[in-house]
Design a binder for this molecule. Structure first.
Ligand SMILES: C[S@@+](CC[C@H](N)C(=O)[O-])C[C@H]1O[C@@H](n2cnc3c(N)ncnc32)[C@H](O)[C@@H]1O
Length: 161
């Protein structure tokens, strides 16, 4: 019975997110490195991560002195990210919720690893986002009808001015 309840909770948390966005697939270390390189942030700049999973990108950013804000809808992953980033509490903020429904804080760069079908919506959101310029660093998926400024290891960089 306990196993059934546990499996049901896991199914609701992981499958429920599919109604609003991409499933959980962790970004691999080479892509995290490429993303931070492409973002080109300085210590004190802010990175916004839309769907922060277990918090690995936030932690890598904080390790370079970058402030980071991550949104995560899956409550279990939110708890994992929140507890893994505790030691960076002054630098990293993890928010539980649907990032499409939030007012995004000012940031110099946005990191995402979503799905192709969300990229046009993201493009529109970023066109109306301020401050500008803002960089978008997207793992695996491109923005339709926009030429990336650069690509490294399957990670794409765009600049919105
Ligand atoms: C492909 S995973 C990437 C995870 C993370 N960036 C990493 O590198 O480990 C996408 C993440 O976005 C989260 N997600 C999807 N749609 C979301 C939404 N609308 N609001 C908040 N989080 C969302 C998923 O739960 C998942 O953890």
């Amino acid at each position: 019975m306990a196993w059934f309840i546990l499996l049901s909770i896991l199914a609701v948390c992981f499958a429920g997110v599919l109604l609003f966005g991409a499933p959980y697939v962790p970004t691999l270390a080479p892509q995290v490195k490429a993303a931070l390189r492409l973002a080109g942030l300085k210590p004190g700049d802010t990175l916004l991560e839309l769907g922060c999973g277990d918090g690995r990108v936030l932690i890598a950013a904080a390790g370079q002195g970058i402030n980071a804000v991550g949104y995560e809808l899956n409550p279990l992953l939110f708890l994992v990210a929140w507890s893994r980033t505790r030691r960076y509490r002054g630098q990293i903020k993890v928010v539980w919720g649907n990032f499409w429904r939030q007012d995004w804080p000012p940031a110099e760069a946005v990191f995402t690893f979503l799905l192709a079908r969300y990229m046009p919506k993201l493009d529109k959101k970023l066109m109306h986002y301020s401050p500008k310029p803002v960089k978008l660093v997207s793992c695996a998926f491109t923005i339709p009808n926009r030429k990336p400024d650069a690509e490294v290891s399957g990670v794409y960089l765009y600049t919105y001015r």
